[in-house]
Design a protein around this ligand. Structure first.
Ligand SMILES: Nc1ncnc2c1ncn2[C@@H]1O[C@H](COP(=O)(O)OP(=O)(O)OP(=O)(O)O)[C@@H](O)[C@H]1O
Ligand SMILES: [Mg+2]
Length: 249
């Protein structure tokens, strides 16, 4: 990655996995500030594992994670939240039986201040008018895209500097996908740094600033989204072949 760019989060030689199984074999990435960076890679490449490791949910076997210049490698998810990192996992993560409003409220639990939580909820509902409109509705009655927005809104309640978002467009129609991407772009424009995983590599890279390709738990490529999108091996990689892309950082 270009060293003139401000990097908010950096990993060096990050090794992690589940139990004794190593999935990430020494990952070096830099996440540029106030930009949208998309992580792509085949199924099982370790993309979600990388996010879980970044958010403090897995044991780190070696290497480091730094936020600005602070070592945050071994912080817990709660401590990561307090450092301004929010995480929206893959799949549906709302409480379907609760109202939209109550779902949002959960985002502020760690603030331990209901008044402040409510104030921030108002701000989030200004950003996401659909959540205000449906505030009293049961969350399960929202469309897939609206549910994703609820998850993102809930993550924003803590005013994160960095948003980790894993496959926000999964299961969404092209129209809803465009809505979610537009929302992420406006968040980026407001200064939030976003690291996103996307299966829909072409579409995601075409709206992103930077791209990172993971393959078998290793960084295969990174650079501007346009460089990654036009890299000769990328199409091959996503057609299921084994790419030979060596650290074209
Ligand atoms: N909880 C777990 N316990 C053990 N192994 C796991 C666990 N979760 C994932 N794995 C394994 O880790 C590897 C990487 O999985 P991961 O979910 O990070 O891939 P991914 O790149 O996000 O894939 P996808 O595009 O399908 O979401 C896979 O081999 C997977 O089987
Ligand atoms: Mg995944």
């Amino acid at each position: 990655m270009d060293n003139r760019i401000d990097i908010i989060l950096k990993t060096k030689g990050l090794v992690s996995g589940y139990g004794h199984t190593t999935i990430l074999h020494g990952i070096d990435i830099g996440v540029p500030q106030a930009a949208l960076t998309t992580v792509i890679g085949p199924n099982g490449a370790g993309k979600s594992t990388l996010f879980k490791a970044l958010f403090g949910m897995l044991n780190i076997h070696a290497g480091s994670v730094t936020l600005y210049d602070e070592d945050i490698t071994y912080l817990s998810p709660m401590q990561k939240l307090q450092h301004g990192i929010a995480y929206v996992p893959q799949g549906r993560n709302i409480f379907p039986e609760l109202t939209v409003e109550h779902n949002l409220e959960f985002g502020g639990v760690s603030l331990r201040d209901l008044k402040e939580t409510r104030r921030r909820m108002e701000k989030v509902m200004d950003q996401f008018p659909i959540l205000r409109k449906r505030a009293k509705a049961q969350a399960s009655t929202l469309s897939g895209g609206e549910q994703k927005m609820l998850e993102i809104g809930r993550a924003l309640l803590l005013d994160p500097k960095l948003l980790l978002i894993d496959e926000p467009s999964i299961g969404l129609s092209p129209i809803l996908m465009a809505e979610v991407f537009n929302l992420l772009l406006s968040l980026r424009d407001s200064g939030v740094t976003i690291l996103m995983i996307e299966q829909n590599a072409k579409k995601a890279l075409s709206i992103s600033d930077y791209g990172i390709v993971l393959q078998q738990g290793r960084r295969a490529l990174d650079g501007t989204a346009s460089d990654v999108l036009h890299h000769p091996e990328i199409a091959h990689l996503f057609l299921g072949g084994m790419a030979k892309v060596e650290g074209a950082a």
